[in-house]
Design a protein around this ligand. Structure first.
Ligand code: CP
Length: 334
C-alpha cells in the first residue's frame, strides 16, 4: 500500500477533497487492483471489522461491489434493505443506524433517496462520540462519491495503470451529457474532474440543465470552477474534440414534471452514437455509471463496443476503489 496520511473519518462529498486525497485513493485502489488479479484475491486487512450496507433505495453495482470489497478485505458484512426491515413497522432511520451501531458496526455504507441522510447520520454518530464511519453510497440528487472516484480511477489508469494520478487529466476535455439536474453522479464527477485540471463540459436540454444548476454549483466554489466548467444546451459544442464522454440515464423516478420531449427525440438530440462521436478526438472513450437505458442515452451497439466503451471497466474498477475507501477509513480503527 502507498504510505500516506489519511485523516478523513466519513466520505459524504467530494467538494472538499484535496489532490493528495484523490491520489491516495487512486494509488491505494491500484494496489488492490493488483491484489484482485491474483489467484487468492483476499487480504486480512479488515479482519474482525463489520461493514453494514444500509440501502434505502435500489442498487445493483454499488451495493454488490461494496459488499464484495468488504469481503475481499476480510470484514464481516451486514446487508439491509428498507423494504424487508423493521422500518416497515415504523422504526426511524436514526434508530435503524443506532441498532447497527449496537451490533458493533465499524463502517456504514448508506444509500438514500433523500439528499443529506448520510450526512445527518454521520453528524448523529459524531454527536454520540462513537467511531463508526459513514460512506455515502448515493443520496438523492446530492452526491455519489464512490462512483466519481471509480470513474476517475477508470480514466487515470488508462494513462498509468500502476501509478494513476489525478493530474494526468489536466487539460483534457470531458463532456458530461444527459440528465444533469437529477444526477448525484454528475455533481461528484464535477468536483473530481475540475480538481484534476480538466475542462468539464455539461450538455443537456435546458429542462435538465437549468440556470439554477449553474448558480448552485458556482455558488459553492466560484473561483475554482470559473474557466473549467462549461454549460451547453446543445450536444455538439460539448462533444467537439472531447477526450472522454460521460453519459447519464434519464432519472424518471426523480422527475416531478414533464421535462422531456419523447425518448426518440431525446435520443436524436442527446443520445451518444458512433456517428456523433466523430466530433470527438479519434481515441475518445465513453463512460456511463449505470444502469443504462439502451437506445436512449447511448446506442446499444456503442455501449457494447470495447473500442469506445469503458462501462464494464467502470464496474470492475468499482471493487478496487471501494476496497481502497474501506481500507483507508477502516485501517485507522484496528
Ligand atoms: N451507478 C450506480 O449507482 O449503480 P447502482 O444504482 O446499480 O448502484
Amino acid at each position: 500500500m502507498p504510505t500516506t496520511t489519511w485523516n478523513r473519518h466519513h466520505v459524504i462529498s467530494l467538494a472538499d477533497f484535496t489532490t493528495a486525497e484523490y491520489n491516495t485513493v487512486l494509488q491505494t485502489a491500484a494496489s488492490f487492483q493488483e491484489v484482485l488479479s491474483r489467484r487468492t484475491k483476499k487480504v486480512p486487512t479488515l479482519q474482525g471489522q463489520v461493514v453494514a450496507n444500509l440501502f434505502f433505495e435500489p442498487s445493483t453495482r454499488t451495493r454488490s461491489s461494496f459488499e464484495l470489497a468488504a469481503k475481499r478485505l476480510s470484514a464481516d458484512t451486514l446487508n439491509f434493505a428498507a423494504s424487508t426491515s423493521s422500518m416497515t413497522k415504523g422504526e426511524t432511520i436514526l434508530d435503524t443506524a443506532k441498532t447497527y451501531l449496537a451490533m458493533g458496526t465499524d463502517i456504514m455504507v448508506i444509500r438514500h433517496q433523500e439528499a443529506g441522510v448520510p450526512d445527518a447520520i454521520a453528524q448523529e454518530m459524531d454527536r454520540l462520540g462513537v467511531r463508526v464511519s459513514i460512506l455515502n453510497a448515493g443520496d438523492g440528487q446530492h452526491e455519489h462519491p464512490s462512483q466519481a472516484l471509480l470513474d476517475l480511477f477508470t480514466i487515470c489508469t488508462l494513462f498509468d495503470r500502476d501509478h494513476p494520478n489525478i493530474e494526468t487529466l489536466a487539460g483534457k476535455k470531458i463532456a458530461i451529457v444527459g440528465d444533469i439536474l437529477h444526477s448525484r453522479v454528475a455533481r461528484s464527477n464535477i468536483w473530481s474532474l475540475v480538481a484534476s485540471g480538466a475542462q468539464v463540459h455539461l450538455a443537456a436540454p435546458p429542462t435538465l440543465l437549468p440556470k439554477l444548476f449553474a448558480e448552485y454549483m458556482y455558488s459553492e466554489k466560484k473561483d475554482t470552477l470559473n474557466g473549467r466548467l462549461f454549460l451547453h444546451w446543445q450536444l455538439e459544442p460539448a462533444l467537439q474534440d472531447a477526450d472522454f464522454v460521460m453519459t447519464l440515464r434519464l432519472q424518471k423516478e426523480r422527475m416531478t414534471a414533464h421535462l422531456l420531449p419523447s425518448l426518440r427525440e431525446y435520443h436524436q438530440l442527446f443520445g451518444i452514437t458512433r456517428q456523433k462521436l466523430q466530433l470527438c478526438k479519434p481515441d475518445v472513450k465513453v463512460l456511463h455509471p449505470g444502469p443504462v437505458n439502451r437506445g436512449v442515452e447511448i446506442s446499444s451497439d456503442l455501449m457494447d463496443d470495447p473500442e469506445f466503451s469503458l462501462i464494464q471497466s467502470q464496474v470492475t474498477s468499482g471493487v478496487a476503489v471501494r476496497m481502497a475507501l474501506l481500507y483507508l477509513i477502516g485501517s485507522g480503527k484496528t
